[in-house]
Design a protein around this ligand. Structure first.
Ligand code: DOR
Ligand code: ZN
Length: 428
């Protein structure tokens, strides 16, 4: 049976066309069938959703999440991670390869996709740049490209060997595949828990300096210029990085970047309040870094907002700051945080926020997503832009409860998530 869905009277925001008005959206057979005023409901098998007072936008596209399966199912599974995505209005995710085994061959890509196909969320596995993410030998880019990966990355275990990285960029360029790079110099950051600054001083522990990120970003910019490869810098966190990327873009170098909600909402002092719960790589930085990240979002230097959703077990995060793993979950709070801190705070329009969370990231990896144009996949997020709610980590669909935003009041709440024409989440 071919189910139809008519979303009536919502405020439709589509950055791919610039549409920003109250109208209806008709979905048929998993695709957008029509967008317009007062669309009549088809007579048969049509669900009608009243979206009065709600925003209707393309489903969110999160280019950076960790699903943990296979290998770390106690932290998250493909099923629970995708349920978290659905709850957050996210219909498409790019899953990082730092699983066990790593996603470094077509068989592993197929395995992740097969499991993900049962979830309703579209999962694109990103493949490792090096075999087992060991930083020694390149994976078979051609075979991975044929297996449909949208990008290559060693996120979680960033590549340090420059000869290997340059060779990777040369090969990736011939296939048109971008490299997503987690930029932190291993020797400068070791396994340190926090930013190098007032908090590391106060705690009397070594920290991860901003320069550890910026040196690698500069390196990547120069290698991108040298090789012509498309390089996308993961989760940027410092003012210096924003500056480097802004200048590189002005020079026409094909570098793009993303940041996460934690870098435009929190600063390093959060560690003093929340300890390991606020530990993440790269670390929370200073207020001036946060302000520069905001500027970078406003002026378009930062292309995408992603979560770096990184679930860990409660017992792992309960360890002392220096032993606990880095990372925070993000899928179920990203839209609320972006609406609260970017839109309601007056920094960005609704259109701009949706663009940075859906249309722009889809375009970066050339995914057929992030649009409500007729004929395209019917992936939608429907949210109340003004409703205030309180983050409750115990209500998460994710297995990960490691959020520093527990108890935060956010403004903007997901009501429905629709993927390929199916309602995959509906608020209780
Ligand atoms: O904080 C982080 N956690 N940063 C990363 O790059 C990896 C991630 C993880 O896999 O836990
Ligand atoms: Zn990373």
């Amino acid at each position: 049976m071919n189910l139809k869905l008519l979303v009536k009277g919502g405020h439709v925001v589509d950055p791919s066309t610039g549409l920003d008005q109250i109208c209806d959206v008709l979905v048929d057979n998993g695709r957008i069938a029509a967008v317009g005023d007062a669309l009549p409901a088809p007579e048969e098998h049509c669900t009608v959703l009243d979206a009065t007072g709600l925003v209707v936008a393309p489903g969110l596209v999160d280019l950076h999440i960790h699903l943990r399966e296979p290998g770390f199912e106690d932290k998250e599974t493909i099923a629970t991670g995708c349920a978290a995505a659905a709850r957050g209005g996210v219909t498409t995710v790019v899953a990082m390869p730092n699983t066990r085994p790593a996603t470094d061959c077509p068989e592993m890509v197929a395995r992740v996709k097969e499991k993900a196909a049962l979830t309703g969320v579209t999962v694109y596995p990103a493949a490792a740049v090096t075999v087992g993410q060991k930083g020694e030998a390149l994976t078979d880019f051609q075979a991975l490209w044929q297996a449909g990966v949208p990008a290559l990355t060693d996120d979680g275990v960033p590549i340090q060997n420059l000869a290997l990285l340059r060779q990777a960029m040369q090969q990736a360029r011939t296939l048109g595949l971008p490299i997503l790079d987690h930029c932190e110099d291993k020797d400068l950051v070791r396994n340190y828990a926090v930013n190098e600054g007032v908090v590391s001083q106060q705690l009397g522990i070594p920290g991860r300096p901003a320069i550890a990120e910026e040196l690698q970003v500069m390196r990547d910019v120069m290698l991108s210029k040298d090789t012509g490869a498309r390089v996308h810098i993961c989760h940027i966190s410092t003012a210096g990085t924003v500056d480097i990327i802004r200048r590189a873009k002005a020079e026409g170098i094909s570098v793009t970047c993303e940041t996460c909600p934690q870098y435009f909402t929190l600063i390093e002092e959060e560690i003093l309040r929340q300890g390991a719960m606020a530990r993440v790589n790269p670390p929370l930085r200073t207020a001036s870094d946060r302000d520069a990240i905001l500027e970078g979002l406003k002026d378009g230097t930062i292309d995408a907002i992603v979560t770096d959703h990184a679930p860990h077990c409660a017992w792992e995060k309960a360890q002392p700051l220096e032993q606990a793993p880095s990372g925070m979950v993000g899928l179920e709070t990203s839209l609320g945080l972006a609406l609260t801190y970017l839109y309601h705070a007056g920094h960005m329009s609704l259109m701009d926020v949706i663009n940075r969370m859906s249309t722009a990231p889809a375009a970066l990896l050339r995914l057929p997503k992030g649009t409500l144009q007729v004929g395209q996949h019917a992936d939608l997020v429907i949210f109340h832009p003004d409703e205030v709610w309180t983050v409750d980590r115990d209500a998460f669909a994710s297995k990960g409860r490691n959020t520093p935003f527990h108890g935060f009041q956010l403004q903007g709440k997901v009501k429905y998530t629709i993927s390929m024409g199916q309602i995959i989440y509906q608020e209780d």
